[in-house]
Design a protein around this ligand. Sequence first.
Ligand SMILES: *Cc1c(COP(=O)(O)O)cnc(C)c1O
Length: 350
Amino acid sequence: MTLIRPDLDALPSYVPGKAVPGAIKLSSNEVPLPPPPAVLAAIAEAAGRSNRYPDIAVVSLTERLAGRYGVAPERIAVGCGSVSLCQQLVQATCNAPTDEVVYAWRSFEAYPIVTQIGGAAARTVPLDAGYRHDLDAMAAAVTPHTRLVMVCSPNNPTGPAVHRGEFERFLAAVGPDVVVALDEAYHEYVTDPEAVDGTALLDAHPNLVVLRTFSKAYRLAALRVGYALTSPELALALRKVCSPFSISSVAQAGALAALDCADELLAGCAEIVSERVRVRDALLAAGLTVPETQANFVWVALGDRSAEFAAHCREQKVIVRPFDPDGVRVTVSTPAENDLFLAAATSFPR
Ligand SMILES: *Cc1c(COP(=O)(O)O)cnc(C)c1O
């Protein structure tokens, strides 16, 4: 006799970035700066109305996003972080244990979790030798059981972005009867002109869902707001499976105010972009293997020395994220914090 469904025993648990007093935290891909003052003021103002339920339909934010992307509000679903939208995607597409979710591995650690919570089967496809999605192999992994494909660009944790041409070929190969989600959590950091921008492909592909978030470039990770841009049919399904009232008033107000500050927030991404080049070059010069990155983090391919490297950095009060036995993901931060990490990385005994 067990109270809990037995398959939960095998559920991978989400390992949070560790906080160590006095250490710098480069383990969760956050921006090291607080939200701008105008955003904090909007949050405080909304907090004053905490006795009231939030707008369950998230009307103002949805309309604002619709205007920003030039799409009808019916094509947007706001979620309690884009992780929640990943889970909603599984709930909206899968209802039998034989239903499959295809994703690359290694990729975002939430994908296996939401797949299993949703009672679906995972089918993973290895990244290629350059730590990139192997979209031909992913298309080949699609079977009549496949309900959802998750594509992460830039890929967390390895960094490269999917290119437009290969993604369009992938959509054509997969066809219109499987939902394809393109997780663009780090879109604001992308500078590669060949990188895919999912929003340009929405009109031609009603089965495409583009996921964006306020957690990274918009500096609101704690407020939990993400959104999906897709067809009206899929957006409606995502809203149906959304936990009621899960996007708080504070989150809705903060996200709206952050959009008002978009120019300032996006300008902050430029420094991260130049720093990621500097950090990667220094790591390459030290003889480490680091794929080209389009996000606000670098991947150090350390194999079975990943945990050891993370412990070494931790001794120097720098918290990074090991994914044993593949590599270590390190957030690109301010020049001073990046220098502390580089000092730790280059003193790693090898
Ligand atoms: C950080 C991240 C997200 C954002 O998740 P939220 O729930 O919006 O905070 C989504 N996808 C990937 C791949 C990420 O790295």
